[in-house]
Design a protein. Structure first.
Length: 194
């Protein structure tokens, strides 16, 4: 009969996710993970595997949480303009919220590319592709509802919005204030006025 684990794996994984999000992969040690979770190295290895496996699971958790949050934003937005604006403002909140270590774990980890193998790069690529599909769907719905012109360039504009989101993560990490990024959102959303 298997022994019951004496800890909550999801809670431990969330702690490790925040650690990678805060410090990056390279600067995060097993000692850091032990301190963040209150678990021994053996318990961490037994539950999650080595550091690389832990990172993959933490990255997967982060992607799931962000995609769920963004989906809620899209579902609540009455228009394409409101959806795009709210999504870009949510990117700013990822950095400046007191509940967030700052930035986007996926973007930051891509910039710290040394830890990536084909599996984690595929995870990041899949998230960016999902973001693109979501933005395209928002804009297509805007066209269908008459909010956007019938000849509105959906694919290119969606890519521009995605690039703006990633760029804002980098700018925020470089110290650009939230007010400046919010002005960037307002300027970027004007692309819908074509």
């Amino acid at each position: 009969m298997a022994r019951n684990k004496q800890f909550d794996e999801q809670q431990a994984l969330q702690a490790v996710m925040r650690l990678f999000w805060t410090k990056g992969y390279g600067a995060t040690s097993m000692q850091d993970m032990e301190a963040a979770t209150g678990l021994t190295r053996t318990s961490l290895y037994n539950a999650f595997g080595n550091k690389n496996r832990l990172f993959k699971q933490a990255l997967g958790l982060y992607i799931t949480l962000v995609q769920e949050k963004f989906q809620r934003i899209v579902e609540q937005a009455p228009t394409a303009r409101a959806a795009i604006s709210s999504l870009l403002e949510a990117v700013i909140d990822l950095h400046f919220s007191k509940d967030s270590p700052g930035g986007c774990l996926v973007v930051l980890s891509v910039m710290e590319s040394s830890q990536h193998d084909t599996e984690t790069m595929a995870m990041a690529e899949a998230m960016f592709q999902a973001e693109q599909r979501m933005l395209v769907a928002i804009l297509e719905k805007g066209k269908k509802q008459g909010e956007l012109a019938a000849d509105f360039p959906v694919e290119g504009t969606a890519t521009t919005f995605a690039a703006a989101a990633s760029g804002m993560v980098v700018l925020a990490k470089a110290g650009v204030p939230a007010a400046t990024l919010s002005e960037m959102v307002r300027t970027t959303v004007r692309l819908l006025d074509r």
